[in-house]
Design a protein around this ligand. Structure first.
Ligand code: P5A
Ligand code: ZN
Length: 483
């Protein structure tokens, strides 16, 4: 179609993303008069809702209980854990007044909920018998982000913040919980065909107040890396500051161990961005608000009404099977314009029905991902649609995983690493002694950010020297241009 720019998806990705959110009517961003805050429009809201349903299903199915905490956190609670507040100090929005009255205690719009949840847990949980405890909530959080804001990707109001918070008797249990979080996130991302690499974040980049942080990163079409989820072992840090002790099996008292893990609107952004093409989005089939669109095509020798009737019959067959189907019966639009409209929105399957199909009792099935068209007879339609849905999902996932794998380069030459990042972005893995200073020098030279080291840890020796200090390397350090 006319306004398709070649390679726009990869080469002008930011523009592509803004245009798709707007033209696809997903999300209105940049017009609301507060930076970093956007509006979920009906179509985008449906996509978001289905992704949330998927997240809920996985969490509910693994013994997590959904809760809802207040948006406001008193300053006194937020300041208890010192590392935590140091990490968030310059990102907190404060409520200072109620009407005209200044408040005695300032209230924070939660930037995350470790402090408020731990406070209440300290009142609820008294014994090892109540553990493990796994809570989660899906809420808005507020962070006064200083890096440049972007729709869904770096928000100041994160509207789809899923935060899980768990409590355990021992460090080992908390470690195991981090493993469970990882396997839950793998499942969710696999269902969406979103590829990922898992890294242990370096000490200087772990979550404020955590013992360690494990992160999921994905690659965007422009080769930049986006953190799409994190899981933290929080140790006993928060319980210690809230005097939160539990009775153990041997009747002694001790602080419990915690984890937290989260994901956000970034997952919706990834579902839209990663599988797209120069025309627009291509949505993962299982969360697409509309999975099949039917476009009746006017013919010369039959009335449009008759084609429409045949289309409605097909619609009811498919929707009776639980598929999300829509007929585009708008009279004023030409078929080509309708095709383009639904392509931008990423509808995975289009059925085209004209006079020829009507007289032969057939349907044209067109795939959004490959553009392939197949004619099938009516009695084979359901089967064909199901099969095509599976095949699209598999293709999207394979394509995305291939792109991620093709954009990771292991090299012991810093110059090669720098050239790689400059020419195609992606991720480089360089030998590293483990010293923070060496990592900073490498990041500065390559002009990119350290994601951390591969997780789970690779037992095989690196057998390379740190290119900065010349000492034996302990790890491969991943470095990339990030969002
Ligand atoms: C884990 C959940 C936490 O806040 N507390 C509760 C822990 N971790 S985190 O890494 O800081 O955030 C979790 C994930 O949320 C996404 N995210 C954002 N998405 C959009 N805009 C933002 N400003 C933003 N900040 C964080 C990231 O995917 C992050 O991994
Ligand atoms: Zn070194």
């Amino acid at each position: 179609m006319s306004n398709v720019v070649r390679n726009k998806w990869r080469e002008e990705f930011s523009k592509w993303f803004d245009d798709v959110l707007e033209n696809g009517e997903f999300y209105d961003y940049g017009r609301y008069p507060i930076k970093g805050m956007g509006i979920w429009m009906p179509y985008g809201f449906q996509l978001r809702r289905r992704i949330i349903e998927l997240v809920r299903k996985e969490l509910d199915g693994t013994g997590h209980e959904e809760v809802l905490f207040p948006l406001l956190i008193p300053e006194t609670l937020l300041r208890r854990e010192k590392e935590h507040i140091r990490g968030f100090e310059d990102e907190v929005y404060w409520v200072t007044h109620g009407g005209l009255d200044p408040l005695d205690v300032k209230l924070a719009l939660r930037p995350t909920s470790e402090t408020s949840i731990t406070y209440m847990e300290s009142l609820w949980i008294k014994s090892y018998k109540q553990l493990p405890k796994k809570y989660y909530q899906i809420v808005s959080i507020f962070r006064y982000e200083t890096k440049s804001t972007r729709p869904m990707i770096r928000l100041r109001e994160v509207t789809t913040f899923k935060e899980a918070h768990t409590v355990h008797v021992s460090k080992e249990d908390a470690d195991r919980q981090v493993q469970e979080a990882i396997s839950i996130y793998k499942k969710i991302f696999d269902e969406l065909g979103i590829p990922y690499i898992i890294s242990k974040r370096p000490e200087w980049d772990k979550f404020a107040g955590a013992l360690y942080t494990i992160a999921f990163d994905t690659i965007f079409p422009d080769g930049r890396i986006l953190q799409i989820a994190t899981a933290h072992n929080l140790g006993q840090n928060f319980p210690k500051t809230f005097d939160f002790k539990i009775q153990l099996e041997d009747e002694s008292l001790d602080y419990p161990w915690q984890t937290s893990y989260g994901l956000s609107d970034r997952v919706v952004a990834s579902a839209i961005a990663i599988h797209g093409d120069d025309i627009g989005a291509v949505l993962p089939v299982n969360v697409a608000p509309i999975q099949v669109v039917i476009v009746p095509i006017p013919g010369k020798s039959v009335e449009f009404k008759t084609i429409l009737e045949y289309s409605r019959k097909i619609e009811s067959i498919l929707s009776n099977e639980g598929l999300r189907v829509r007929i585009d019966d708008r009279g004023e639009l030409r078929p080509g314009a309708k095709f383009y409209y639904w392509e931008t929105k990423g509808v995975p399957i289009r059925l085209e029905i004209g006079e020829k199909e009507l007289s032969n009792n057939t349907i044209i099935v067109s795939r959004r991902d490959t553009g392939t068209k197949t004619t099938v007879s009516l009695h084979k339609l359901s089967e064909k649609v199901r099969e095509t849905m599976d095949s699209i999902m598999e293709n999207l996932s394979n394509r995305a995983w291939r792109f991620l794998r093709e954009n990771i380069k292991r090299t012991s030459s810093l110059r090669e690493a720098k050239e790689y990042i400059e020419s195609k972005r992606g991720i480089v893995e360089v030998p590293w002694c483990g010293d923070e200073k060496c990592a900073y020098e490498m990041m500065e030279y390559i002009d990119a950010k350290a994601l951390g080291t591969p997780y789970p840890e690779d037992d095989r020796p690196v057998n390379e020297k740190c290119p900065i200090c010349g000492k034996e390397a302990k790890h491969w350090l991943r470095i990339a241009k990030t969002y």
